[in-house]
Design a protein around this ligand. Structure first.
Ligand SMILES: Nc1ncnc2c1ncn2[C@@H]1O[C@H](COP(=O)(O)OP(=O)(O)OP(=O)(O)O)[C@@H](O)[C@H]1O
Ligand SMILES: [Mg+2]
Length: 492
């Protein structure tokens, strides 16, 4: 964050500060005492298991300058106190206000560029690609702030925004919505000049009610951008009609990306090699260059085009963008993470999360990587699909068959779970017919691992994927622990 004294902090969040403390300098924000460095503002939250306020003394020992919280603390530190706040709403609002003040000043006085990404799938993957592209354009990697993992909610988002300092040139933020108005309010915390919308799928449809409502929520990002005359750039995926339609609601300059001939930034001559790594010609109005992606799956083409359009919007040339995209590797864990196990077995750990859209993308990549080899899909529940739960799982079961995946293990699909998503996935595969393969419903991760232990053979390819709540990475981590490995993930 921009360094502020406590009077300025208090002013930004609209709280009083006790006299005598006004000159204390605050230079960072942390909610975990283990990360505190001298000068930090410690944010005390009520957690599920612990109350942050009881760590105020530990924060003071670590060098914290002040505390933001909602209850008395037992430490000799100034406390910026919001009203009673059992669900942390007030503290998070204060954090958001502080982030907004810091980002606004960094943009105005230090040339910070803020980039926002949203979509139903691929936000983190794209944010990582954008970071790779922008990092190649700066003097030092820490001039780009794009944290690993998601950090896209009312805590992670302002926290990330507050990591930007006067040395930061680019702040890349992932914005996610669980309802109408969420993205608008995140965009107010750190207003982006450049915003990219990747796709509109059915993630969290249980909460939204309809795909149209999801599209409306995602469009809030491009509605929040500055006008074209002020430099606003809306990057829209032309391959997704619901995203392309957002061109009519943004005041910003529209840059379309896609695989069709009309997109401003497009991929021509796409091929997908044996490792499901795409190659294409990146075509822009200024010129074109060859890209050979290191990240896995056809779905990364759209993500890469969005990242290319961001590079272009900050003034990079096409060859620099193409080189950076080609050099990028997966940075956030458990997303299409490839591990070569002994015996020529390839493990694809995509267990970070799943929705119907990303499930399809991952299964397509599996069938691509598995050409000429035996393929296994170890799948679990796609959560939060509401009334569409059964139909969506049934469809994925059928897709497994149509793609000719050889073996399917469905975790959480034992007969006792009749009426559940996993059971519907298993039955969908079972009923699709004309399949030489087999679907095995199992109760849990342990049973899935036992089957793999007993039956995995040389040359097999295994995909592991489900929603976060299913914890299917345990299957992948178990295979790696038992067999030893080599995992491809870029260091950050
Ligand atoms: N453009 C895309 N289209 C479809 N699926 C994708 C796309 N990009 C990534 N995926 C798949 O979606 C899954 C989630 O990817 P990622 O973590 O990048 O998405 P996210 O939008 O950040 O998700 P979350 O909402 O959980 O933060 C990955 O497992 C990946 O295989
Ligand atoms: Mg994410």
């Amino acid at each position: 964050m921009i360094a502020m004294n406590l009077a300025q902090v208090a002013d930004a969040i609209g709280l009083p500060v006790e006299s005598g403390w006004a000159d204390v300098c605050v230079s960072s924000v942390e909610f975990d005492t283990r990360r505190i460095t001298p000068g930090a503002l410690f944010v005390a939250l009520h957690g599920e298991h612990a109350d942050g306020h009881s760590f105020a003394a530990a924060a003071a020992n670590a060098g914290a300058a002040a505390v933001l919280g909602s209850a008395p603390i037992d430490a000799d530190l100034p406390l910026l106190r919001v009203a009673d706040d059992p669900d942390n709403t007030g503290v998070l609002a204060a954090l958001a206000a502080l982030a907004r003040a810091s980002v606004t000043e960094l943009v105005r006085d230090h040339g910070l560029e803020v980039i926002g990404v949203t979509g139903s799938s691929g936000k983190t993957s794209t944010k990582d690609l954008i970071a790779a592209v922008l990092t190649s354009a700066v003097d030092a990697p820490d001039q780009v702030i794009a944290p690993p993992e998601s950090f896209n909610n009312e805590l992670g988002h302002p926290y990330t925004a507050l990591r930007a300092t006067p040395d930061t040139r680019f702040l890349v933020l992932e914005l996610s919505a669980r309802g109408i108005g969420h993205i608008s309010s995140l965009a107010r915390v750190a207003p982006p000049r450049i915003g990219a919308v990747l796709n509109v799928g059915s993630a969290h449809i249980g909460e939204f009610g309809s795909v149209q409502a999801i599209a409306t929520a995602k469009s809030e990002l491009v509605q929040a951008l500055p006008a074209a005359a002020q430099g606003g750039v809306a990057i829209l995926n032309a391959d997704d009609p619901l995203v392309l339609a957002m061109a009519s609601v943004t005041p910003a300059e529209v840059v379309t990306v896609g695989t069709g001939p009309d997109a401003t930034v497009r991929a021509d001559d796409v091929t997908l090699g044996a490792g499901a790594r795409a190659r294409f010609t990146l075509v822009t109005p200024e010129g074109s260059a060859e890209v050979a992606l290191g990240v896995i799956g056809a779905h990364q083409i759209g993500n890469a085009l969005a990242a290319a359009a961001v590079g272009r919007a900050v003034g990079m040339n096409v060859s620099g963008i193409a080189a950076a995209l080609s050099g990028a590797r997966a940075t956030s864990r458990w997303r299409m993470e490839i591990t070569e196990l002994p015996g020529g077995i390839t493990l694809i750990n995509d267990a970070y999360n799943a929705n119907p859209h990303s499930m399809r993308a991952a299964l397509q990549a599996l069938s691509q990587i598995g050409q000429g080899r035996r393929t296994w899909a170890v799948l679990g529940e796609m959560a939060e699909l509401g009334p569409q739960t059964i139909a969506a799982h049934d469809e994925i079961g059928r897709l497994v068959v149509r793609l000719g995946i050889d073996r399917l293990i469905v975790v959480g699909a034992s007969p006792a779970r009749a009426g559940s998503g996993p059971r519907a996935l298993h039955l969908g595969a079972h009923l699709e017919g004309s399949w030489g393969g087999e679907s095995l419903p199992v109760a849990d991760v342990v049973e899935a691992t036992e089957i793999l232990d007993a039956e995995l053979a040389e040359g097999d390819v295994v995909l592991v994927k489900a929603s976060r709540s299913a914890g299917l990475e345990r299957v992948a981590l178990r295979l790696i622990a038992d067999r030893g490995s080599r995992t491809e993930r870029a260091r950050r």
